[in-house]
Design a protein around this ligand. Structure first.
Ligand SMILES: Cc1cc2nc3c(=O)[nH]c(=O)nc-3n(C[C@H](O)[C@H](O)[C@H](O)COP(=O)(O)OP(=O)(O)OC[C@H]3O[C@@H](n4cnc5c(N)ncnc54)[C@H](O)[C@@H]3O)c2cc1C
Ligand SMILES: *[C@@H]1O[C@H](CO)[C@@H](O)[C@H](O)[C@H]1NC(C)=O
Ligand SMILES: *[C@@H]1O[C@H](CO)[C@@H](O)[C@H](O)[C@H]1NC(C)=O
Ligand SMILES: *[C@@H]1O[C@H](CO)[C@@H](O)[C@H](O)[C@H]1NC(C)=O
Ligand SMILES: *[C@@H]1O[C@H](CO)[C@@H](O)[C@H](O)[C@H]1NC(C)=O
Ligand SMILES: *[C@@H]1O[C@H](CO)[C@@H](O)[C@H](O)[C@H]1NC(C)=O
Ligand SMILES: *[C@@H]1O[C@H](CO)[C@@H](O)[C@H](O)[C@H]1NC(C)=O
Length: 541
C-alpha cells in the first residue's frame, strides 16, 4: 500500500500545471497564494480575512485530509488511481467571501469545489479526479436558519439535523420532508432532490423550495426573481455544483401531527422474510400516504447455526406513521396483516424524536444530538449505488437475490424506500428529479468495509459492480435510472482536460432522463465557459 502523497508533492505538481496554464506569466504556489489573498481581500469588502484561507502547509489542512474524511476509499492514491487535493480551503463567514472566492478563483485559473455537509459518496466536494488545480469552499460556517410562520430561510452549510432541531423548537406541529441522516448538508442534499420519511406525503426537499440565493460565475448574488425560472428549476434536483454556489434556500415547512408512531419489525429468511418482502413490494407505494415503511436488508450471522460461519439475510421493516397507534393498527391489519404488527411494536413520540429513531440513535438520545455535526464514527471505506424499481419482482427472484448476496460474503446493505403518494402527483419535468409516477421504490446499495489497502478496496468495489450488473434485469430500464444524491462515478464522468467530455453522458440520462437536455440548456445560459466543472457536472449544450 502506498502512503498518501504529502501536500508538498501536490504543490510541486501543481506548480508545473501553473507553468502550462500561464505560460507567459509563471505563477509559483507562493505568489499564487499572495495574489489570491490580495484579490480575495479586495473583493470580500471586509478588512479581516484572518484564518479564512487555509493553505496546505497548515495543520488545519492536514487534519482535514488525515482525520476528518470518513470514507477511506477516497483518500487513497496510487500510480494508476489518483485523486487530487485542493491548493487551499476557504471557510467563508460572509456571503461576500463566497463572491470573492468565485471571482478570484476564476481570475487565477482555479476551479472550485463547494462543500456543505461533505457527504458526497464520491467525495466530489473535496477531492478531484481531474488534474486541474482547485480550492475548496467550506460552507459550514454559513449555516443560519430563520423561521417565520411556516416559511424558513436556511443557509446551505446547515445540516438536516440543525434544520429539524430549529423547526421543532419553533413549532411542534411543523416538520420538513428531507433525508434521514442528520449530518447531511442542505447545500448538496436539497440541490440533488432529497427524500426521507415524509416523501410519500410531501415529496422531495426540492419540491418544497420556494426561493434561493445563489452566487453565479460572475460573483453576483441572485434570487429566484433575478436568476429566472430556468436556473431556479435547475438547482432543485440538478445538483448545485454545475451552476454556482447556493448560499441559502427558502423553504415551505409542512404540518406534522403532535404525535407520530414508529416501528421496526425484524425478520430473517427462516422467519418468512421473503414472503413479507414480496407483499411489501406490492403495497408499500399504494398505502395511505401518511404511512412510510422502508425495508433494509442486512447480512447477519445465522444464530440458528452459530459458529459455522453461516449467514442469513435479516429484513427490517422500518416505519414512520403520521398519526397515532390507534389509527395505524387497523390500517396495517387491513393492508399488511402478514407482518403481524401489534400495539407493543409501536412507539408514539413527537416528530423530532422520530427523526432520531429513524436515524438509529439509541432510545433516550437527547434531541440536541441533532446539532452534532461530527458525531464519532468509525472510519470505513464506503461505496454506494442506486436503482429504481418499476415492475414487481417475485419470490423466486428475491430468493435468487439472497443467494447472490450470501454467496458474495460481502456485508452489503440494501435500503428500499417506497414512493407513490405525493411523488405520483408531480410530473417528471417539474424539477430535474425525474423518478416520479411509476417508480414503486428506490434501492440504495451500500457497502462498508475496514480499509486494508488498494487491492482489497478494489475487491469489494468490483463485487458491488458485479452485483449491480446482476440486478440489471430486475430494475428500471432505458435508461437504468440512478439517484444523483447517491453519486456513482462508475456511471461515467467528464474528462479532466479542456472541454472534452465522455461522448455519451450515460450518467446524465440515468440521473435526469429527459431533463438532462434542459439542464444543459440552462448551463449554457448561466455558465457557458464551464467554470463550474467537475466529474459529473452538466455540460453546456
Ligand atoms: C449517511 C448518509 C445518509 C444519507 N441519507 C440520505 C437520505 O435519507 N435521503 C437522501 O435523499 N439522500 C441521502 N444521502 C445522500 C445525500 O443526500 C447526498 O450525499 C448529498 O449530496 C449530501 O449533501 P452534502 O451537502 O452533505 O454533501 P457535499 O459533499 O457537501 O455536496 C454534495 C455535492 O453538492 C455540491 N454542493 C454542496 N453544497 C453546495 C452549494 N451550497 N452550492 C452548490 N453546490 C453544492 C458539492 O459540490 C457536491 O457536488 C445520505 C448520505 C449519507 C452519507
Ligand atoms: C505556508 O505557505 C505560505 C504561502 O506559501 C507561507 O506564507 C507561510 O509562511 C507557510 N506557513 C508555514 C507554517 O510553513
Ligand atoms: C483592488 O481593487 C482596486 C479597485 O477597486 C484595484 O485598483 C486594484 O488593482 C485591486 N487589487 C487587486 C489585487 O485586485
Ligand atoms: C491502484 O488503484 C487502482 C484503482 O482502484 C487499482 O486498479 C490498482 O490495482 C491499484 N494499484 C496498486 C498498486 O495498489
Ligand atoms: C469546515 O469548517 C468547519 C467549521 O469551521 C470545520 O470544523 C471543518 O473542519 C472545516 N472543514 C474543512 C475541510 O476545512
Ligand atoms: C404551528 O404549526 C401549525 C401547523 O402548521 C399551525 O397550525 C400553528 O398555527 C402553528 N403555531 C404557531 C404558534 O405558529
Ligand atoms: C445455514 O442456514 C440456512 C437457513 O437457516 C439453512 O437452511 C442451511 O442448512 C444452513 N447451512 C449450513 C451449512 O449450516
Amino acid at each position: 500500500m502506498k502512503q498518501m502523497v504529502p501536500p508538498e508533492t501536490f504543490f510541486f505538481f501543481f506548480s508545473f500545471l501553473f507553468l502550462s496554464f500561464h505560460a507567459c506569466f509563471p505563477i509559483t504556489p507562493e505568489t499564487l497564494h499572495t495574489s489570491f489573498t490580495q484579490c480575495f481581500q479586495n473583493h470580500s469588502h471586509h478588512p479581516s480575512i484572518f484564518n479564512l484561507i487555509i493553505p496546505s502547509n497548515t495543520t488545519a489542512y492536514t487534519n482535514f485530509f488525515h482525520s476528518s474524511i470518513k470514507n477511506t476509499r477516497l483518500v487513497m492514491t496510487n500510480t494508476t488511481h489518483t485523486t487530487f487535493k485542493p491548493l487551499f480551503i476557504i471557510s467563508p463567514t460572509l456571503k461576500s467571501h463566497v463572491q470573492a472566492s468565485v471571482v478570484c478563483a476564476a481570475r487565477h485559473g482555479l476551479r472550485l469545489r463547494t462543500m456543505s455537509g461533505g457527504h458526497d459518496y464520491e467525495g466530489l466536494s473535496y477531492i478531484s479526479h481531474h488534474d486541474h488545480p482547485f480550492i475548496i469552499l467550506n460552507l459550514s460556517k454559513l449555516r443560519s436558519i430563520h423561521i417565520a410562520g411556516d416559511i424558513a430561510w436556511v443557509q446551505a452549510g446547515a445540516t438536516l439535523g440543525e434544520l429539524y432541531h430549529e423547526i421543532a423548537k419553533k413549532n411542534k406541529s411543523m416538520g420538513f420532508p428531507a433525508g434521514l441522516c442528520p449530518t447531511v448538508g442542505v447545500g448538496g442534499h436539497f440541490s440533488g432532490g432529497g427524500f426521507g420519511t415524509l416523501v410519500r406525503k410531501y415529496g422531495l426537499a426540492a419540491d418544497n423550495i420556494i426561493d434561493a440565493h445563489l452566487v453565479d460565475v460572475n460573483g453576483r448574488v441572485l434570487n429566484r426573481e433575478t436568476m429566472g425560472e430556468d436556473l431556479f428549476w435547475a438547482i432543485r434536483g440538478g445538483g448545485g455544483a454545475s451552476f454556482g454556489v447556493i448560499l441559502a434556500y427558502k423553504i415551505k415547512l409542512v404540518e406534522v401531527p403532535p404525535k407520530v408512531t414508529v416501528f421496526t419489525i425484524h425478520r430473517t429468511l427462516s422467519q418468512g422474510a421473503t414472503k413479507l418482502v414480496n407483499k411489501w413490494e406490492h403495497i408499500a407505494y399504494e398505502l395511505n400516504e401518511r404511512l412510510f415503511i422502508r425495508v433494509l436488508f442486512l447480512v447477519k450471522d445465522n444464530i440458528e447455526n452459530k459458529g459455522r460461519n453461516n449467514k442469513t439475510i435479516e429484513v427490517l421493516f422500518n416505519s414512520l406513521f403520521l398519526g397515532s397507534r390507534e389509527e395505524l393498527l387497523p390500517i396495517m391489519e387491513d393492508s399488511f396483516p402478514e407482518l403481524g404488527l401489534e400495539a407493543n411494536d409501536c412507539k408514539e413520540m413527537r416528530w423530532i424524536k422520530s427523526v432520531l429513531y429513524m436515524a438509529w440513535y439509541p432510545k433516550g438520545t437527547p434531541v440536541s444530538t441533532l446539532l452534532d455535526r461530527n458525531p464519532p464514527r468509525l472510519k470505513n471505506s464506503l461505496k454506494g449505488k442506486s436503482d429504481f424499481v418499476t415492475e414487481h419482482l417475485n419470490e423466486k427472484v428475491w430468493e435468487r437475490i439472497w443467494k447472490k448476496v450470501l454467496g458474495g460474503g460481502e456485508s452489503l446493505i440494501m435500503i428500499l424506500d417506497p414512493f407513490g403518494g405525493r411523488m405520483d402527483d408531480i410530473s417528471e419535468t417539474e424539477t430535474p428529479f425525474p423518478h416520479r409516477k411509476g417508480n414503486m421504490y428506490s434501492i440504495q446499495y451500500l457497502m462498508k468495509w475496514k480499509r486494508i489497502g488498494d487491492e482489497d478496496d478494489k475487491k469489494h468495489v468490483d463485487w458491488l459492480r458485479r452485483f449491480y450488473e446482476f440486478m440489471a434485469s430486475y430494475v428500471s430500464k432505458n435508461p437504468r435510472a440512478a439517484y444523483l444524491n447517491y453519486r456513482d462515478l462508475d456511471l461515467g464522468q467528464n474528462q479532466g482536460g479542456g472541454v472534452s467530455y465522455s461522448k455519451s453522458f450515460v450518467w446524465g440520462h440515468k440521473y435526469y432522463k429527459g431533463n438532462f437536455k434542459r439542464l444543459a440548456y440552462v448551463k449554457s445560459l448561466v455558465d457557458p465557459d464551464n467554470f463550474f466543472k467537475h466529474e459529473q457536472s452538466i455540460p453546456p449544450l
